[in-house]
Design a binder for this molecule. Structure first.
Ligand code: HEM
Length: 530
């Protein structure tokens, strides 16, 4: 039937075939090759509705990119709970329904990404990788917006816009400049641990299937009695080993393929090789943990596994590719504020800053009604009294709700509040309102531990990558970075300094004879507040 319509020059009415081309008004399009003109040579006329609709829609095809994490790939799948957290019933810690029964499956959507560069930038760049998961639970959506690395550069959200500006291209030349990045990092000692991971092979995961994921920030789990514990989430790849690239490996890929990680994920799923990760949690009691040499809310720190072991709670499987990249991946909107009953925030400042930022940017990037889009809408009952706004598509009403009542409370057939699922978690606060860094910043110790835990080839890569990138930086920036590395581990600082010197770069103060790391360490101590 579709062919007949085409053979007939598209003259028939659209209702006769599902394949007939129409415009968005439902008008069948009889000629999609020629605009309407005065004579065959033109000029064109302005009442060409089909042409105007087509070209003006095309003009608006792009929405703003994500301000960070613009380059990404996504896939659908499910989360299957083990019903336990390690050997304990999971209900001891959380009443979140998706975790309770062993074998229970919750649909999920995951978007992987790189961070700094634009929507079509190469996927081999040295960058953290985003690992954002949307769980469509029976209690509504839960988003876990994580990265591959388990820690972050900074711990205060006030620094995030500056950090991103420093990492993105120069605002004058639009060229990426590592001196700007290291300028910021050399004045942010808390970033030393993250820099140690990022410039090692862990800064270039081989693809999205062979990397870890982590919620990074500390959250809480709340049980039926309202008792909260601190929790960190981590995903561990199950079928394939973790694989990271050397800079030379990455350079080889970049010369041939800008999209190798997207392609790898898509093709694996098409072939039925569904990637899987185990979700593991680390749990600590909800207090300041004075026995530790860092604050458990500090996102620049790993929680040592002897203090908080990894407890498996379920697995994530990705088994379906999106059918439209824009609708499902580009318009997907994840946020750290999107939690379900039994999951809660901690007081981690970075987490609270993030929680404001995500839905704010999404109202700008996707639109006021971004939660009505199928990829973002929960797969469960939604009934709000929110109405209207740009591109309102649905009325979010319950079937039994009076269409006249878009407010609550009401006795005229409006929506009612839900019963509570358990006792509220009610942390108590009694402190001064201040602008202060947390206690126990301990900016360098874990960076040193991470440096020593690397395999030899990883350490060699780290040093080579740092030397290559620091070589273009001003001397005082190099000096401060060497100071931080020396504080983390004297061997680390020494090797970076020697690498820079081998590149002909002098360090230290020739007037006083102080060697590079003396000056840098003094400044590192000052900046690190230690
Ligand atoms: C994306 C803000 C820290 C992981 C974004 C976006 C913003 C943002 C505005 C774009 C969202 C969108 O357009 O939909 C912030 C702020 C942070 C912060 C203000 C700190 C104060 C982090 C950290 C992580 C992270 C610590 C890792 C745990 C991600 C991921 C995405 C993202 C994975 C992409 C989500 C997607 O695939 O759509 N962030 N971020 N961010 N952020 Fe953050």
């Amino acid at each position: 039937m579709a062919n007949e319509t085409n053979q007939n020059g598209g003259q028939q009415q659209g209702a006769e075939s599902d394949m007939t081309l129409t415009n968005r008004q439902g008008h069948p399009i009889t000629d999609n090759q020629n605009v309407r003109t005065v004579g065959s040579r033109g000029p064109t006329t302005l009442e060409n509705y089909h042409f105007l609709e087509k070209i003006t829609h095309f003009d608006r095809e792009r929405i703003p990119e994500r301000v960070v994490h613009a380059r990404g790939a996504g896939a659908h799948g499910y989360f299957e709970s083990y019903g336990k957290a390690g050997d304990e019933p999971v209900s001891k810690y959380t009443r979140a329904k998706l975790f309770q029964e062993a074998g229970k499956r919750t649909p999920a959507f995951v978007r992987f990404s790189t961070v700094v560069h634009g929507g079509h930038s190469p996927e081999t760049l040295r960058d953290p990788r985003g690992f954002a998961v949307k769980f469509y639970t029976e209690d509504g959506n839960w988003d876990l917006v994580g990265n591959n690395l388990k820690i972050f550069f900074i711990r205060d959200p006030l620094k995030f816009p500056d950090m991103v500006h420093a990492f993105k291209p120069d605002p004058v030349t639009n060229v990426n400049n590592m001196e700007r990045m290291f300028d910021f990092l050399s004045l942010s000692p808390e970033a030393t641990h993250m820099v140690t991971f990022l410039f090692s092979p862990w800064g270039i995961p081989a693809n999205y299937r062979q990397m870890q994921g982590s919620g990074v920030n500390t959250y809480k789990w709340v049980n039926k009695d309202g008792v909260g514990v601190l929790v960190k989430y981590h995903f561990e790849p199950l079928k394939l080993p973790i694989r990271n690239l050397t800079q030379a490996d990455a350079d080889k890929i970049i010369s041939k393929n800008y999209s190798h990680a997207t392609q790898d994920l898509y093709e694996a799923i098409e072939k039925g090789e569904y990637p899987e990760w185990e979700l593991r949690v680390q749990i600590l009691s909800d207090d300041e943990h004075p026995e530790l040499d860092f604050d458990p809310l500090d996102p620049t720190k790993l929680w040592p596994e002897d203090v908080a072991p990894m407890l498996p709670v379920g697995k994530l499987v990705l088994d379906r590719n999106p059918t439209n990249y824009f609708a499902e991946v580009e318009q997907a909107a994840f946020g750290t504020g999107v939690l379900v009953d039994g999951l809660d925030f901690s007081d981690d400042k970075l987490l609270q800053g993030r929680t404001f930022s995500y839905s704010d940017t999404q109202r700008h990037r996707v639109g006021t009604n971004y939660l009505q889009l199928p990829i973002n809408a929960p797969k469960t009952h939604v009934a709000t009294n929110q109405r209207d706004g740009q591109m309102a598509y649905n009325v979010d009403a319950a079937p039994g709700q009076s269409p006249h009542v878009n407010y609550e409370p009401s006795s005229l057939g409006g929506l009612k509040e839900a019963p509570k699922a358990g006792k509220d978690h009610e942390p108590a606060y009694n402190a001064r309102l201040v602008r202060q860094k947390i206690d126990r910043p301990n900016d360098f110790k874990q960076a040193g531990e991470t440096y020593r835990a690397f395999e030899d080839w990883e350490r060699d890569e780290l040093i080579a990558n740092l030397v290559a990138n620091l070589s273009i930086c001003k001397a005082d920036i190099r000096e401060r970075m060497i100071g931080y590395f020396t504080q983390a581990d004297p061997d680390y600082g020494r090797r970076v300094r020697e690498g820079l010197e081998a590149n002909g770069l002098q360090h230290g103060n020739p007037a006083t004879g102080a060697v590079a790391s003396d000056a840098g360490v003094e400044e590192a101590k000052k900046l690190g507040g230690e």
